[in-house]
Design a protein around this ligand. Sequence first.
Ligand SMILES: *Cc1c(COP(=O)(O)O)cnc(C)c1O
Length: 467
Amino acid sequence: MANFAYQTLISPESDQRYDLNEIVSASSDAYSLLDVEYEWDKIPVPKSLKEFESRWQNRRNPLDFSGVWRFRDLLPFAPENQIVTIGEGQTILQKSEAIGRYVGMKKGELHLQYEGLNPSGSFKDNGMTAASTHANMMGAKFAACASTGNTSASLAIYGSTSKKFRVVVFIGSGKIAYGKLSQALDFDSKTIQILGDFDDALVRVREVCDENGIYLCNSVNPFRLEGQKTIMYRVLESLNWEVPDWIVVPGGNLGNSSAFGKAFSELKYLGLIDRIPRLAVINATGANTLYQLYEKQGVRWNQGHPDRKKIDSYFEKMDTEGRKANTLATAIEINRPVNLTKCLRALEVCDGVVREVSDQDILNAKAQIGANGFGCEPASAASVAGAKLLRSEGVIGSGDRVVCILTGHQLKDPNITVGYHSANKEVFEKTLGEHGVTKAPYANQPIAVENDLEKILELLSQFGKKE
Ligand SMILES: *Cc1c(COP(=O)(O)O)cnc(C)c1O
């Protein structure tokens, strides 16, 4: 069992250290810089990643069944009897020839990591099991988050299944995909809708958490990122512990990309991998803060001292111009990514790049993913659209091995899918028009036909001919 007493949280900028059980003000700026740091030399760690395979034989133990906690040696902050798990992380890595061709891989391989297969339908469960565990360790009565949808769905399912704490969810009054909102309501969380967008809701929930001693579960919570590291462990496991050339992931609040960077730098430090893959973080054009700062303004991690002036003036300008995030990929519709600094560290560790893709490109990629696999929600498809862009630029080589993370389930946001495939111009316009989506080259339109057997058979016979 882990020597959990050794762990501390550090803030990379101030180097201030906190005890694992200390309450840190959720609204302070330093909070989003907290990092779970382990004293690895005092913790027993497997000699090889292959050792984790023995856990497969012990699936009746919920901790070994979980795709997160069977790697608990690599996130050893919790005593085993306090871990809150609901069987998260049973996800698969699927090699896709068709999406590989779409992206432009010639000799190389393209893999899709389907994180939508988690209990609440998104990768968020990887992190929420860890945050719920820490909330449980702290004896929290309430847990809260602000959400564009999936975070609340995930926290709500952990509340309803574990009954360890009650859940309060803050959502903005703008767009929220109905699949996600329905989950928060169905899982019996208190849902508070404020007049504002996600960025506004997050500021408020952090204040509320300070006032009332409520446990904060947004991705500023460093324990969430610990759980999300395991997505990378599972990717490696599926590749027989071989390191791919690229990990491509959509970027919203930048928790996932930050967690991936931490996972790889720890594995390298522990001698469990011999090289680190490159990381590509993909923004939507309508929510492209990371792209602007990293690619256009050259902001870098700089050993924990990124150029704060550039960052601050970027946000000031955004505020004076009243610019709000705007993309139909609602899960990444975020202009103030709270994990910006940590993501800069991940980009440094992984020799990373950042790109932006339009909503049109996102939806085309999403249609291709759906036509050739398990499907995903719009934000997830940014990874494939981004890989295609990087391939066309020659940044990703045609022989590379690429893993695109599909962050959320197809059924999270059915309106957009139906809008894209709709034969009805009005429906298409209403759902997608305001986002500059004008074409649907991969639309699979429903076909109207008279209620007449002969006409239906006639129609079916034409399908055969076409293919
Ligand atoms: C939360 C979320 C993202 C964004 O991930 P970050 O860690 O915030 O960058 C992307 N896709 C889906 C489906 C999400 O739920």
